[in-house]
Design a protein around this ligand. Structure first.
Ligand code: 1GP
Length: 232
C-alpha cells in the first residue's frame, strides 16, 4: 500500500517554514566502503538523502541505497535519471516530468516505463514538475535528455511552466540549474516561482556555500538539493 508520509512531512515543513536540506548521492560516483564516514560528514541539518544520477549502471542504485540504510534512518528518495534506477529499497521516488523540455521521452515515456516496477512497489511516488534552467554550463540533464534549459531571464515562461506543472498534478516543483552549475538558480527566479505556487519548491544545482544555501531559502526555496560539493 502506498502511503504519503514523506510528502506530508515535506508539506508540513514547508508550511511551518522549516527549511529542508537534501544531499544528493550519485551512485556511480559513490564509494560504498566509505558510506558511514560520508554520512557522518554531512551537515547536521540534512533532512533527506536523494539518490540518483544521469547514467548509473544497472543494479547500482539499489546497492547504494541498501548500504546507506545500514547507517542512516533519514528518508532516502530516488531522483532517477532513468526509470531503470528505481528500487523499492528506497522510501520514495521523485516522479519527475521534465517540463522545461520538449522531449516526450522525459515528459511521459520514462514515466510509463516505470509503471511496471511501481505497480509492484511500496515506494511513495511524489509527482514532481522538473524544470531545467540554464546554469551557465552544459549540464548532464541537458545532455542525457537532449533538451535545452530555459533561460533564467525568462522568468515569466518559467513561472508559467511551474504553474502548468501544478495544474497537471505536480506535488513539488523542482528548479534545477544542473549539477555543477556555475550559476545556481537566482533568488529572483526562486521568489517569482514561489509567489505563484502553494506546493513545496525544491531548488538545486551549483549550490556550494552556506551563503548560497541561505540565499535560496530566503528567496523561497523549501528544500535545497546539494550534491557536487559533498562528492569527494
Ligand atoms: C543536481 O540539483 C542537483 O541535480 C544538485 O546539484 O550537484 O551542483 O549540488 P549540485
Amino acid at each position: 500500500m502506498m502511503t504519503s508520509t514523506l510528502y506530508e512531512s515535506m508539506l508540513t515543513a514547508a508550511r511551518l517554514g522549516q527549511k529542508q536540506l537534501c544531499i544528493l548521492i550519485d551512485p556511480e560516483k559513490f564509494d560504498m566502503e566509505k558510506a558511514a564516514g560520508f554520512l557522518r560528514s554531512l551537515p547536521t541539518n540534512t533532512t533527506h538523502l536523494l539518490v540518483g544520477g544521469s547514467v548509473v549502471p544497472q543494479g547500482m542504485t539499489e546497492k547504494v541505497v541498501k548500504e546507506l540504510k545500514l547507517f542512516t534512518a533519514k528518508p532516502i528518495i530516488l531522483f532517477p535519471g532513468d526509470y531503470s534506477q528505481i528500487t523499492s529499497a528506497a522510501d520514495g521516488l521523485l516522479f519527475l516530468s521534465l517540463l522545461s523540455g520538449r522531449n516526450p521521452e522525459y515528459l511521459i515515456g520514462q514515466q510509463a516505463k516505470a509503471v511496471a516496477i511501481l505497480r509492484e512497489s511500496p515506494l511513495e511516488v511524489i509527482p514532481t514538475g522538473y524544470i531545467l534552467v540554464d546554469g551557465g554550463n552544459h549540464s548532464a540533464v541537458a545532455q542525457v535528455t537532449q533538451t535545452l534549459p530555459m533561460s533564467q531571464k525568462d522568468i515569466e515562461a518559467i513561472v508559467d511552466t511551474a504553474i502548468a506543472g501544478v495544474f497537471m498534478g505536480a506535488k513539488l516543483i523542482y528548479l534545477e540549474a544542473g549539477s555543477g552549475a556555475v550559476i545556481p538558480v537566482t533568488a529572483e527566479l526562486i521568489s517569482a516561482v514561489k509567489k505563484e505556487i502553494k506546493i513545496p519548491l525544491v531548488v538545486g544545482g551549483g549550490i556550494r556555500t552556506n551563503e548560497q544555501l541561505n540565499a535560496a531559502y530566503q528567496a523561497g526555496a523549501d528544500m535545497v538539493v546539494m550534491g557536487n560539493v559533498f562528492e569527494k
